[in-house]
Design a protein around this ligand. Structure first.
Ligand SMILES: Cc1ncc(C[n+]2csc(CCOP(=O)(O)OP(=O)(O)O)c2C)c(N)n1
Ligand SMILES: [Mg+2]
Length: 372
């Protein structure tokens, strides 16, 4: 759709200029193994949803390089305001598959105590991973507010707000970018242009020549990058983070990629995505592209891949077994962490509900159907 070519680092044969690599061999392997773990987590969640064990998931195949490349450019002390498709950002920075799986099941060990939808993670340790919002674009203004707070407190952290192409039609996008531009807030806007907002294609989303060009209107640089090239994304986000840390203000990055699955487990992409488009992007698989690069650097073999993938699957498998064996959050926890002092009328209402549940038993678990 855009006339400009996206920035790339990894060439079709896997070659990359040494000065563009930007990560140590250890970090490169960690990034690669994170992509394998994202894939293992994603595939497992799809099966768990189809077999009725969890209610909902968000397919990730095809967009792994954007998420992992962006996460690799940030420090643990930076702030992430992710979107629901950002499994890789959490996994890269040390969140375990098990912690994520407790959220998928909404069980007693879920960091959100079962109050959020599946894939709506929130973590405070070891990263600052702000609770994912379902309403599109709302977290963009929250991210700008957090960045403005960093600036005010003279902290050198930066904030990453990640959202989709559809997110650019939200009011949050326009007001967020406007204020970030005016305040020169230390925030990086990462638009993951996976070409679809559920079933709405990009050409019906915007009349602009892509999304990066929108930056000009808000007085910040706009960068178009190949989202299936982990090193190109890492480079663009690193540059934006460095500028933001030095007081240079925000950047809008458009990472051009493609969602190989549905928007969520609730829709059927074969009804609206042309087959030829899927076939074209299958050839640009971000994991295979990174493998070519690693192989040229003598960091990758097929055998090693098999072993790492098996390890990733074992980790995710153990995580889902652990989550399945964990009870639901106790009914009594519904008010935990909500009020410093619980208002008397809620305490009364809560007590009535707890007494009824004691006498008649709690509601049965659902059949896995999810109304979205
Ligand atoms: C304010 C609001 N309007 C509509 C929706 C329904 N909705 C959920 S996801 C989505 C599309 C988002 O597309 P995009 O930003 O491209 O993200 P992607 O799913 O492609 O990663 C819509 C319209 C919503 N969640 N919030
Ligand atoms: Mg999209």
């Amino acid at each position: 759709m855009t006339s400009t070519a996206p920035r790339t680092v990894i060439q079709p044969d896997g070659a990359a200029k040494p000065r563009d690599v930007g990560l140590s061999d250890k970090e490169l392997i960690h990034a690669y193994r994170t992509m394998l773990r994202v894939r293992a987590f994603d595939e497992t969640c799809l099966k768990l949803q189809r077999s009725g064990r969890i209610g909902f998931s968000i397919p990730n195949r095809g967009v792994e390089a954007t998420q992992v490349g962006a996460a690799a450019a940030l420090k643990k002390t930076d702030w992430l305001f992710p979107s629901y498709r950002d499994f890789g950002m959490a996994l890269y920075h040390g969140i375990s598959a098990e912690a994520m799986m407790h959220n998928m099941y909404g069980d007693a060990l879920d960091s959100a105590k079962g109050r959020q939808m599946p894939v709506h993670f929130s973590f405070t340790d070891p990263i600052r991973f702000f609770s994912i919002s379902s309403p599109i674009g709302t977290h963009i203004v929250q991210a700008v507010g957090a960045a403005y707070a960093m600036q005010y407190r003279k902290e050198k952290h930066v904030v990453l707000a990640s959202f989709g192409d559809g997110g650019t039609s939200s009011l949050g996008f326009h007001s967020g970018l406007n204020f970030a531009g005016v305040w020169k807030a230390p925030v990086i806007f990462l638009c993951q242009n996976n070409q679809w907002a559920i079933s709405c294609p990009s050409e019906k989303q915007t009349a602009s020549d892509g999304y990066a060009v929108k930056a000009e209107a808000y007085g910040m640089p706009g960068v178009l990058v190949d989202g299936n090239d982990l090193l190109a994304v890492h480079q663009a986000v690193s540059e934006a983070a460095e500028r933001a840390r030095k007081g240079g203000g925000p950047t809008l990055i458009e990472a051009r990629t493609f969602r190989m699955g549905g928007h969520s487990t609730s829709d059927d992409p074969t009804k609206y995505v042309p087959k030829a488009m899927v076939a074209e992007w299958e050839k640009k698989d971000p994991v295979a592209r990174f493998e070519k690069f690693l192989k040229k650097r003598k960091l990758w073999t097929e055998k090693q891949r098999e072993q790492w993938y098996a390890e990733a699957m074992a980790e995710v498998d153990a995580a889902s077994k652990a989550a399945q064996a964990t009870p639901r959050p106790a009914l009594e926890t519904i008010f935990s962490d909500v009020y410093a002092t619980l208002p008397a009328h809620l305490r009364r209402q809560g007590q009535q509900a707890f007494d009824i549940a004691k006498r008649h038993g709690e509601a049965e678990a659902g059949d896995g159907a999810f109304p979205l």
